[in-house]
Each structure stands twice: as C-alpha cells, then as structure tokens.
Design a protein around this ligand. Sequence first.
Ligand code: FE2
Ligand code: FE2
Length: 231
Amino acid sequence: MLRTSLSPIFHRCSSPIFSSSIIRHRRNYNVAAASSTATDPPMRQVDVITCAKEDHSIIRNLGEKFDKERNNHEKQKIANTFIREIAVHSHTEEMIIYPEFKILNNGENIADHSREEHREIKKDLSKLDGMKVSDIGYNELFKKIMKTFDKHAREEENEIFPKLANAIHESRRKELGRKFIITRPTVSTRPHPSAPDKPPMEIAAGLATAPIDKLRDATRDFVEINRSYTK
Ligand SMILES: [Fe+2]
Ligand SMILES: [Fe+2]
C-alpha cells in the first residue's frame, strides 16, 4: 500500500543520495509485509491485541537500547526509530482499536482518555523530533516519554485490552489485526499532536501528512525492526 501511495513521489526523486536513503528507509520500515501483491504469501492472521502488544514491546526495547548505547550516532538511530514507532503505533491504534471501545461499558470515556494520553505523548515526542541527541535535555525528555508511554501501555495491556478481548470474538480481533497490519504503513510516521485523532478526519489528516513524513524520514537512519508476523 505504501509502495502504491508513494510511487509518484519516489519517481520524482532522482538524486542518487536521496534514492539510496529512500531504499534504506523502505528496507528499515519493513513495508514488504503490508504491500499486498498477487505474488505475496497470504497475510498471517494475528489478533489485533497481539499486534498492539508487540508494538509496545518493540518500543520498550528501543527505550532500553537507547539507555545502554554510548555512541551518539547509534543513539540517534535508535531515537529516530523510537519516534517513528510511537507515532505509527499511536495513529494506527486510534484508527483501528480505539473505535472498538464503544462496545465496552463507559467505552467512549475510555477512548477519550486514551486519546488524551496519546496527545500528551505526541506533544513531547514532537519536541524530541525537533532536537538532536547531542542537545541538552534530550536524554531527560526521551526518558520522560518512555515513562509516560510505558504507563499508558501497561494500562492498555492490564485493564483495557482484557476487557476488549472478552467483548470481541476472536474472528473479529483477527479481522482487526489484518486492518492494523495493512493500515500501519499508511499512517504518519511523525507525531502530530494538533492533528485530528479520530477517524474519519484522522484518515484525511494522515493522507496529507504521511507522504511528507516519509520523505523526511528518507534522510534519517533507523535501526532494524522485526515483527513476529512479518517473518
Ligand atoms: Fe495507546
Ligand atoms: Fe498501545
């Protein structure tokens, strides 16, 4: 899907440096699993809650790697990936999972609360996105975001997702998992705290910002991410 939506932009970028950056970005982002063609193997069926929890785990691992890494260039690559992974996870969750909360008791309030927490995380993530790892205060802001994200993710994992798992049949959760996997490569890869965070307006905002974000990402380095269901 990303391949299709960005093809005209890729074709306009003929600079060898830019092209190699785009190739690097596409490889790191592992878009192949979500780019459906007639020759691709069938997509594995994955429960949407498994998808979300694996995202959480990937983001936590990036936080731990950032803490341990001493080389600033490597640290920046980890931080770039951390920013992208939180942005993509948040946008995808808002579009695919949070609308399902309406089935839960007090579901609208749970969704509003969750979106509010995402907004707070995105505000700080947006500040981090405008800084370099060598800047004063970068490490502290990174740690603050990691702590806030972890608290939010634990609430989802321990309180909200179990309720959702009880309320939605497994077949529906797998259908949502498929949507989650297909949607992820189409959303914005940078935080946009002021943009709409509910579909359908979030979809429209994403269509406007995602191609620009992905072009900006082409000038950045990332660390490799592997997801269990894309192997
Ligand atoms: Fe969330
Ligand atoms: Fe989440």
